[in-house]
Unconditional design. Structure first.
Length: 201
């Protein structure tokens, strides 16, 4: 039987990966759309070949995809982003569904940064939004990835704004404190999701 599905989403830099890791440490199956996207764009795959054909060899570096350059290209041009999403998203969501069906834990966490923006809310039983203040979000991204402010703002503009995500959430993690605060919030949600999953059976 397929696992109860919890969609985990949030803006860039809010701490989705950290939250997902904490759920993993509790024995929960975590399926990450970004991981699946990276696998789909490895050399030798059909999507990789189509991306190189579409964007040209300049998005390659030493035989691999230059993900930083590709990200800049698609967030600088809406039509290019839409082309890439149309290629990858159906494949990603199909694989997420397959892995969720095989999940061995009481529930599965599906990490999808653009879950709301792509209209895929129906794929999950419950929606968990990770959030933090915008200034903290920007600082994390600029420090972690060395991203330009211009690219950061382009990415932000492609995502739902903070109020839209928060209003859509069934559950909310505020990630503005320390790691122990995050651990405590995840533990509470874990117990809630186990109960909800058991009631669904």
């Amino acid at each position: 039987m397929s696992a109860y599905r919890v969609g985990l989403t949030g803006g860039i830099g809010v701490g989705k990966s950290t939250v997902a890791h904490l759920f993993r440490t509790m024995g929960i199956t975590v399926i990450d759309a970004d991981d699946l996207s990276r696998a789909l764009l490895e050399p030798g795959t059909g999507p990789y070949d189509r991306v190189i054909q579409h964007f040209g060899p300049e998005v390659m570096e030493k035989g691999h995809l230059d993900r930083g350059l590709l990200r800049h290209r698609v967030f600088s041009d809406v039509s290019e982003r839409e082309w890439l999403e149309a290629l990858l998203h159906p494949l990603i969501f199909d694989e997420m569904e397959r892995q969720a069906d095989l999940a061995g834990s009481d529930y599965a966490i599906l990490v999808v940064p653009l879950l709301l923006e792509t209209g895929q809310r129906h794929r999950v039983d419950r929606l968990l939004v990770v959030d933090c203040p915008p200034a903290q979000q920007r600082e994390r991204v600029m420090h972690r990835e060395g991203m330009t402010l211009d690219l950061y703002e382009q990415i932000i503009s492609a995502q739902y704004d903070r109020s839209q995500r928060r209003s859509a959430a069934d559950d909310l993690i505020d990630n503005e404190g320390d790691i122990q605060d995050l651990v405590d919030q995840v533990a509470i949600l874990h117990d809630r999701y186990v109960t909800l999953a058991q009631h669904k059976l």
